[in-house]
Write a protein that binds this ligand. Structure first.
Ligand SMILES: Cc1cc2nc3c(=O)[nH]c(=O)nc-3n(C[C@H](O)[C@H](O)[C@H](O)COP(=O)(O)O)c2cc1C
Length: 224
């Protein structure tokens, strides 16, 4: 399996360590895995270039392209973020903003329908569930059919202060998700809601309600 990890922060804290627990349970010798951080990508400037013209002309493409390529080539995508003020980090959201052109309403990558994703978040008290839900929502609109969520309130600001029993629970949950991911690799299918939305987008593209660039893409893919 090809596995791509996108960290929503650079430091090796509780979320990073939780991601390691998952990777330890998931990765075998035959797997290929790549890791990236969402940090340092400039804010989307709202120029609409990726949507209206061409994603390659995005002023930040040199920074986002290696990450996007690795995501698009992966079988399994892992996206993680600490909970910051009831949500994902700003830098991770900035990366997601640069993927607007890949939403189902624009030019989704067909292969997304075969991928499995895992959203990970930790929090001191509340909000990790919200953060993984936010990630899952983005990935749903890219067309990924299955997103597992690994989120936990760890009652600590630092990984060293996390209680051993909490770490054990995280390890068990990570192992469960790793087993499900391996089992379902190559077998995932879009659910009814995603299928319906994809059809709706096809109707929209066919009736000229999208951009000419998007409509040409849908025609090229043979979807309309
Ligand atoms: C900027 C910032 C905002 C945070 N917001 C919340 C919050 O809204 N609720 C909460 O329970 N913990 C919050 N925390 C605590 C972290 O979510 C928690 O310590 C998390 O496990 C940190 O993960 P990390 O070690 O990977 O950075 C916040 C921490 C920071 C630095």
């Amino acid at each position: 399996m090809k596995i791509t990890v996108l960290h929503g922060q650079k430091h090796h804290g509780s979320t990073w360590n939780t991601t390691r627990l998952l990777l330890d349970a998931l990765i075998s010798q035959e797997d290929e895995h790549h890791e990236f951080c969402a940090n340092d990508i400039p804010d989307c400037i709202g120029c609409f270039t990726c949507i209206m013209k061409d994603e390659e002309s995005c002023p930040h493409r040199s920074m986002t392209k290696p990450i996007i390529q690795a995501i698009e080539q992966a079988d399994v995508l892992i996206v993680e973020t600490p909970n910051y003020c009831m949500g994902m980090t700003g830098q991770l959201k900035t990366f997601f903003d640069h993927m607007a052109y890949r939403w189902m309403s624009h030019r989704p990558l067909g292969e997304m329908k075969n991928k499995i994703a895992i959203a990970i978040s930790t929090t001191a008290g509340a909000g990790a569930r919200v953060a993984t839900k936010q990630i899952a929502r983005q990935l749903f609109w890219w067309g990924i059919p299955k997103v597992y969520r690994l989120n936990k309130a760890i009652a600590a600001a630092k990984w060293d202060d996390v209680k051993p029993e909490t770490k054990l629970k995280l390890k068990q949950k990570a192992a469960e998700i790793a087993i499900k991911t391996r089992k379902n690799h190559g077998r995932v299918r879009r659910g009814l809601r995603q299928k319906f939305l994809f059809k709706l987008m096809a109707v929209m593209q066919k009736s000229g309600l999208g951009t000419p660039k998007d409509a040409a893409y849908w025609k090229d893919q043979g979807w309309i």
